[in-house]
Design a protein around this ligand. Structure first.
Ligand SMILES: [Zn+2]
Length: 476
C-alpha cells in the first residue's frame, strides 16, 4: 500500500458517512449526483482494509483422500480470494480459480508413496497479487485401489477375492444390504499377502453389496486406497417367473459393476456352460407349458423332461467343457466390464449349484442379455456358431419364446458377427437351430454360443480373441 492510497482511505471514510445520510433521505430512488465517483472511492477503501485481513488468512485443508487416480484434497473457502495455489511436497503444482475448493492431483499416483500438500489463497488487485498465509501441511500415502476378483455365495458361505496390492498392509471389506453402504459391516484383513476373505452372518434371502479397499501404514498413520467398485450377491428368489421350474438353485449369482469411465448401463449374464454337481440326476421340464422338444440336441426330440443340466463334453486334450467354458467366461467377464457392461455371473467355480433353468431365471431377472458359453461335441474344429431358434410354428408361438425369439436370433447374429470380425473361425452361416431349455425359458435376449468344438484351440490367446469378438458383438 502506498501513501496516496492511505490518504484516499481516510478521505473515503468521511464520504461514506455522507453518502449513508443522503441515501436515507433519498429512499424514493432519487438519482444521486456524482454517485459513480463516490463508489470508486468506497471500493478502494474496502480493498485496502481487506488486503490487510487477507494476508493474515490461513486456509486449511479440510480433507485428503486417495482417489482412483490420484490424491484429492478439499479446503475451506477464503473470502475474497481470486484463487488458490496448491503445493505438493513444497512445490507449487497448480493454481485454481476462486470457485474451486477441491482438487485432485493426478500426479500423486505412485503406489505406496507418501505425498504432502499445502495450499495458499491469493488475491489479485490491479495486477498486484497478495498472498495468504500457507495452510498447515497434510499428508497421504497414495495406494492404488483394488478390485473384486471373485465374489461367491455357496451354501451360506460368502467368499471374496481380489488382486493384491504389493504395497498394502491389509484390506477392509465392507458389505451391506444397501448400495449406499449405510450401516455396512466391515471386515479387516491384515497382512501384505492376503487376497481373499470369508464374510460371515449374511442372510440367505437378502442381496448384499460388497466393496473393498487396501490400507498402508506409514509411521503411526493408516492410509486407505479408494474403494473398489462394488459387486452384488443376489440370492435365488422363489417369486421370480419360472422359478418353480428350476430344481437346483442354492447358490447365489453375482453382479459385477463396471468401473469403466463410461458405463453402458446394461448387464450381460455370462453363463459358463455346465458345472453343476448332481445336475444330471435331476430332471426338469423342457418347456414351461409341458410340451415336448421340437428338435433333437443333447435331449431327443419329443422329450418332455431333460436333465436339469448335464456335464458337457470333454475336449480332445482332456479339459472338460465345464473347465474350458469357465476359463473363457472369466476372460469375457473382464473384457465386458472393461468395455462398460455390468456382468452377472452364475458360475465362477468348478461347481455352481444352479441348473439351466435356474441360470436362465437369474439372467431374466437380473440382466439385460444372457450369453451361455459352450464347446460343441464335434471334433473337426468346425468353428463357432450360435444356437438359433428353430423355425417351428408351435415353438415360436409358445410363451416366452413367442415374445423373444427374434431378439435371441439377433443377439446370436451380432455375437457371431463380432467373433468373425475378431478373427474367430465361424462354422457355416454361424448358426444351428436347436430347441434349448435356456431359450424356452428366456424373457430377455438370450443365446447359447458354441465358441468352438473339442479340437478348438483354447489357449489364453484364443480365449481373448473370442472374448473380444463377444464385446464387439455386444457393441453392435
Ligand atoms: Zn455345452
Amino acid at each position: 500500500m502506498n501513501k496516496k492510497t492511505m490518504k484516499m482511505i481516510i478521505a473515503s471514510g468521511i464520504i461514506v458517512i455522507a453518502v449513508t445520510i443522503m441515501a436515507g433521505i433519498n429512499n424514493t430512488g432519487f438519482k444521486m449526483p456524482g454517485r459513480a465517483t463516490v463508489n470508486s472511492v468506497i471500493e478502494a477503501e474496502e480493498t485496502s482494509t481487506t488486503v490487510t485481513d487477507f494476508e493474515k488468512e490461513r486456509p486449511v485443508i479440510a480433507s485428503i483422500v486417495n482417489n482412483r487416480n490420484g490424491i484429492a484434497i478439499t479446503w475451506n473457502k477464503i473470502e475474497g480470494a481470486t484463487g488458490y495455489y496448491i503445493y505438493r511436497d513444497g512445490k507449487k503444482i497448480c493454481q485454481v480459480k476462486k470457485e474451486t475448493t477441491k482438487y485432485t492431483d493426478k500426479g500423486a499416483n505412485k503406489n505406496g508413496t507418501l505425498y504432502g500438500f499445502s495450499i495458499m489463497a491469493y488475491k489479485t488487485i490491479n495486477g498486484k497479487t497478495y498472498k495468504s498465509v500457507i495452510s498447515p501441511g497434510v499428508k497421504s500415502c497414495f495406494l492404488k485401489g483394488s478390485s473384486i476378483d471373485i465374489l461367491t455365495k455357496k451354501a451360506g458361505n460368502t467368499h471374496v477375492s481380489w488382486r493384491k496390492n504389493s504395497k498394502a498392509n491389509g484390506y477392509q471389506v465392507q458389505y451391506s444390504t444397501k448400495q449406499s453402504f449405510k450401516k455396512a459391516r466391515v471386515k479387516t484383513v491384515k497382512g501384505q499377502n492376503k487376497k481373499s476373505a470369508k464374510l460371515s452372518k449374511l442372510k440367505n434371502t437378502k442381496s448384499y453389496y460388497v466393496r473393498l479397499r487396501g490400507y498402508v501404514r506409514k509411521g503411526k498413520k493408516k492410509y486407505y486406497s479408494h474403494w473398489s467398485t462394488c459387486a452384488k450377491i443376489i440370492p435365488w428368489n422363489g417369486k421370480w417367473e419360472f422359478a418353480g421350474y428350476s430344481k437346483i438353485h442354492t447358490d447365489s449369482a453375482t453382479l459385477y459393476f463396471s468401473s469403466a469411465p463410461k458405463t453402458k448401463k446394461k448387464t450381460v449374464c455370462i453363463n459358463a456352460g455346465h458345472g453343476t454337481k448332481g445336475g444330471e440326476s435331476v430332471m426338469t421340464l423342457c418347456h414351461p407349458d409341458g410340451s415336448g422338444k421340437v428338435t433333437g440336441g443333447s435331449t431327443a426330440a419329443g422329450a418332455i423332461r431333460a436333465t436339469s443340466i448335464n456335464s458337457g463334453t470333454v475336449l480332445n486334450d482332456g479339459t472338460t467343457e465345464a473347465q474350458a467354458t469357465l476359463k473363457l467366461a472369466m476372460v469375457v467377464k473382464k473384457k465386458l466390464l472393461k468395455a462398460g457392461y455390468n456382468v452377472l455371473m452364475v458360475r465362477e467355480g468348478e461347481d455352481s449349484q444352479i441348473d439351466n433353468i435356474g441360470r436362465t431365471v437369474f439372467a431374466n431377472n437380473c440382466a439385460d442379455y444372457h450369453i451361455a458359453l459352450h464347446y460343441d461335441s464335434s471334433s473337426s474344429d468346425k468353428g463357432a456358431f450360435y444356437i438359433s431358434v428353430p423355425e417351428n410354428k408351435s415353438y415360436r408361438n409358445m410363451y416366452p419364446v413367442s415374445k423373444n425369439w427374434k431378439k435371441h436370433n439377433k443377439l446370436g447374429k451380432n455375437l457371431v458377427w463380432g467373433m468373425e470380425n475378431a478373427g474367430v473361425k465361424i462354422y457355416g452361416k454361424g448358426e444351428m437351430a436347436i430347441d434349448l431349455t435356456q431359450t424356452s425359458y428366456s424373457t430377455i435376449p438370450s443365446v447359447d454360443l458354441e465358441v468352438g468344438d473339442k479340437s478348438s484351440n483354447h489357449s489364453n490367446k484364443a480365449l481373448k480373441t473370442i472374448a473380444s469378438g463377444i464385446v464387439k458383438g455386444m457393441n453392435k
